[in-house]
Design a protein. Structure first.
Lengths: 278, 292
């Protein structure tokens, strides 16, 4: 009897904790949806309403009318290009690092340096890169952003893909070498297919990183039609301090794609950590 | 013949490694060298005037009250956010460490905060924190308490930003610690239960010590990440009220991109890098001792 009571109490406590945790996470997201469906007058009422009184899509219509598509397009272009470049370069470099011994301990130095990059405050890099990019005309261009985003996506991709390549058994490559296949051939037709699924998950994660990036997107691009979504949101917060309906509509637009991929990101996160812990 | 083949192979490996190497050098090594170099100059980016002044930038920054304030705020933010996130993450990992229906879905929901853009999150919290029409003050008023200037009160603003960071990153701490927990072999628990250990004893004597590696790792990752705090300050307070939320990153940003004084921003960057290096050294030593 005592044990059953204790178990019941334990169960109830567990359920309450779980419910509270999920509520704390979901309320802000719900609030974003809620606010995005209110009309401007309801938004600024001093007693906030928990459900929109007259749900309206006007905020969404407004942000589309103001040309949010251009910014969505920029964000997609920049995130996808940055990811493609990172993944290709990381795949090539990882293979070289895993299978070839460069002189002067370059393999280890490079891998450690790439980890160190992760801990640098990016603003430290932003000032000198700004003047370098300015010299070659990369400020205020999508190409400049794509290049700058490599600071985040390339180290990440190198570490994860290096882990995958390192874990591959050597037999396939050795057999192919005996058959006279060139290293390039081996890389494309043997190694690439073997790491494909891991690389795909890595690229989703890199997409999310680039999609959300704020600092370089803020500093390196000024022209409104070239802005990415996070900067559009920041400008909304600054300029029209109570256009919350539209702000939340843009916020939801910026969040849906990443939430859509949360399953893959979750798997990647748990796998990535087990790799980096080893 | 064999020799030339080997040579062509090594050329191949050099060729495929070179693009990533060059890009990393250009994006990280060059800027750091540049920052150190510029920190010894009185360098105005707009006019282009550049004059060697030795350690003058360092001297003036170290003497400056705003820099002290930025350092202090960064420290308070870093310590309170990362410690609370790790504590909450450990607590959650213990509380949710059992199998239940819908665990997969719950785990997915739990990672939402860390994959949504910080700007979106700041926007939502801005609507919570608003003094007149925000949700929090509405709740305070309706239970008869006086409203709080979440982002406008000098003694509160920094902690309001801490709260947002906790909301966003506790899931991350939870995720790593939970992963560590599920890798502890079940036999250990069974043996302890047979020996008559209570659940509190098991947690304190078995689970926590085995999780120490993960806990230190999360603490390190969160410390280094909170130390560069910029986005939330930019979106929520702009460094105010009365510099109460100025951070080191924000200080560098203002020197570099508001005043375009690349010498001073360089000196501030170097000082920040030194602190980051010291911080990571402490953790790295701890992690390595763990290994030994």
């Amino acid at each position: 009897m005592y044990y059953r009571l204790r178990r019941l109490a334990g169960d109830t406590f567990f359920r309450l904790t779980l419910a509270a945790t999920l509520a704390v996470i979901l309320v802000p997201i719900y609030w974003m949806i809620n606010t995005s469906l209110k009309n401007p007058r309801e938004v600024i009422r001093s007693v906030p309403t928990f459900f929109p009184e007259a749900p309206t899509l006007a905020n969404y219509a407004n942000v589309f009318a103001q040309g949010i598509w251009t910014n969505v397009f920029n964000t997609v272009t920049v995130a996808v290009s940055a990811t493609v470049i990172s993944i290709i370069l990381a795949f090539l470099a990882s293979y070289a690092l895993a299978r070839f011994r460069f002189p002067f301990h370059l393999n280890r130095i490079f891998l450690i340096w790439v980890l160190v990059v992760r801990i640098l405050p990016p603003i430290v890099l932003a000032v000198p890169l700004f003047s370098a990019f300015n010299m070659v005309g990369l400020i205020n261009t999508r190409q400049g952003l794509i290049l700058a985003f490599q600071i985040y996506t390339l180290p990440y991709a190198i570490w994860i893909i290096y882990g995958f390549v390192k874990a591959l058994p050597l037999e396939f490559e050795e057999a192919a070498t005996i058959d006279g296949a060139s290293p390039g051939r081996i890389l494309i037709s043997i190694v690439a297919p073997l790491v494909r699924s891991g690389v795909l998950a890595t690229s989703i994660f890199s997409l999310v990183l680039a999609w959300n990036e704020f600092l370089f997107a803020l500093l390196f691009v000024r022209t409104p039609r070239l802005l990415t979504l996070p900067v559009v949101i920041a400008r909304y917060i600054g300029e029209y301090s109570t256009q919350w309906g539209e702000l939340m509509a843009v916020g939801l637009l910026a969040s849906l794609p990443v939430l859509f991929f949360s399953n893959i990101v979750y798997r990647q996160l748990t796998q990535g950590f087990s790799l980096s812990l080893k | 013949m064999k020799q030339t083949k080997r040579n062509s192979h090594s050329i191949f490996f050099y060729l495929i490694f070179l693009p990533a190497l060059l890009l990393v050098l250009f994006l990280t090594t060059y800027p750091i060298g540049n920052v150190v170099y510029n920190s010894f100059f009185d360098y105005d980016f707009i006019s282009g005037s550049r004059e060697y002044i030795g350690l003058e930038n360092y001297r003036s920054i170290i003497a400056e009250e705003l820099f002290h304030r930025s350092f202090q705020n960064t420290l308070i933010f870093t310590v309170s956010a990362s410690v609370l996130e790790v504590l909450l993450g450990v607590a959650l990992a213990f509380l949710l460490h059992r199998s239940f229906r819908g665990k997969r879905v719950a785990s997915l929901v739990i990672i939402f905060p860390m994959i949504i853009s910080t700007m979106v999150i700041s926007a939502v919290w801005q609507t919570f924190y608003h003094f007149e029409i925000g949700l929090f003050n509405h709740i305070l008023r309706s239970v008869g308490l006086s409203p709080v200037g979440w982002l406008t009160d000098r003694s509160v603003a920094l902690f309001s930003i801490v709260l947002v960071d906790i909301w966003q990153w506790t899931p991350f701490a939870y995720l790593i610690i939970q992963a560590g927990m599920s890798s502890i072999p079940a036999e250990l628990y069974e043996a302890a239960e047979i020996d008559g250990a209570g659940s509190g004893q098991i947690a304190a004597r078995i689970t926590l010590p085995l999780l120490m590696g993960q806990i230190v790792l999360v603490l390190m990752l969160r410390t280094l990440d909170t130390f560069r705090l910029f986005d939330k300050v930019y979106a929520l307070t702009g460094g105010g009220p009365a510099n109460a939320t100025q951070t080191l990153s924000f200080f560098i940003y203002r020197e570099g991109f508001t005043f375009f004084n690349f010498g001073r921003s360089g000196a501030a960057s170097v000082l920040t890098l030194v602190i980051v290096a010291l911080l990571s050294l402490v953790y790295v030593r701890r992690l390595f001792r763990e290994d030994a």
